[in-house]
Design a protein around this ligand. Structure first.
Ligand code: COA
Length: 250
């Protein structure tokens, strides 16, 4: 286990909190593993009806830990924890709600495409600099984003790495509501409790009907994974990752 993921239960709501503030919630392999386990345990527990994802003030997540990416790029050995988490998101059986404040980079953005409701504060910026890192979109975002946002917004977000403010994200359909910082967590929990109060069987069928076909989503994540692994070993990625890790020494 890791102290960087905190799991809490409030009634029927399971809260999964990313808690590594000194690194702006960059996600390590241990953090992915803890979140994957929490989703599985919550899905298997009948007393849990909703999963909630939260971060810390000012940082939902700065994305995958770039030191881990660099280690993968240089060693050629890939941990499976990140991918396991992406597949777990795609296969999660219970509704997921997220509350985003501040930094939301990479998986900090694409995670929300799997959530049924996302709330974000006005200072939030969603950004996926995959291509700038020499990488490609992940988490099924190449399938989900064009459907959710339209192709041009998806291209701007996923290929150009444009930042989407909370307002722009709301207008584009990426999030449900913009909420003041001080009201974010209570709003998220109210929404989660409102979901938990619905008849669970009918809600599950409704959610499954609204959901992308799981097999299609899983197949897309597999395809993205193959490209991603190839890209991580590319000169383009290695140069950018090395520059980020060395930037303070320069
Ligand atoms: N992986 C590893 N470390 C990260 C990180 C990441 N994804 N994001 C931030 N950090 C670390 C920084 O290296 C820094 O560590 P240090 O204090 O030991 O030097 C610390 O977190 C704080 O980050 P800092 O850059 O000083 O904060 P900021 O508010 O100025 O900028 C970001 C925040 C997120 C905009 C910037 O850190 C960034 O661009 N990070 C990389 C994001 C990224 O490319 N993620 C992968 C997407 S696929």
């Amino acid at each position: 286990m890791t102290e960087h993921i905190l799991i809490e239960r409030q009634g029927a709501v399971q809260i999964i909190r990313m808690n590594r503030p000194d690194k702006k919630n960059a996600l390590t392999r241990a953090m992915y593993a803890a979140m994957t386990a929490a989703l599985a345990e919550g899905d298997a527990d009948p007393s849990v009806r909703v999963h909630v994802f939260l971060g810390v003030p000012g940082a939902f997540s700065s994305g995958n830990d770039l030191a881990d990416f660099l280690a993968f790029a240089t060693s050629g050995k890939f941990g499976s924890e990140g991918w396991d988490f992406l597949f777990a998101l795609a296969r999660a059986e219970k509704p997921m709600v997220s509350g985003v404040d501040g930094i939301a980079v990479g998986i900090g953005t694409t995670l929300n495409l799997h959530c049924d409701l996302t709330f974000a504060t006005p200072r939030t910026v969603f950004r996926t600099p995959f291509v700038d890192l020499g990488l490609v979109p992940e988490a099924g975002s190449s399938l989900l984003a064009p459907r959710v946002l339209g192709r041009q917004n998806a291209f701007a977000l996923l290929a150009l790495g444009e930042g989407f403010s909370a307002e722009r994200a709301k207008a584009a359909g990426l999030i449900h509501e913009v909420v003041a910082e001080e009201a974010l967590e209570s709003t998220v929990l109210n929404a989660a409790n409102a979901i938990a109060a619905r008849p669970p069987q009918a809600l599950k069928i409704a959610r499954d009907l609204l959901h992308e076909p799981r097999e299609e989503l899983v197949a897309r994540i597999e395809l993205e994974k193959e490209h991603f692994k190839e890209r991580l070993r590319s000169e383009e990625a290695l140069a950018v990752l090395t520059a980020f890790m060395n930037r303070k020494k320069a």
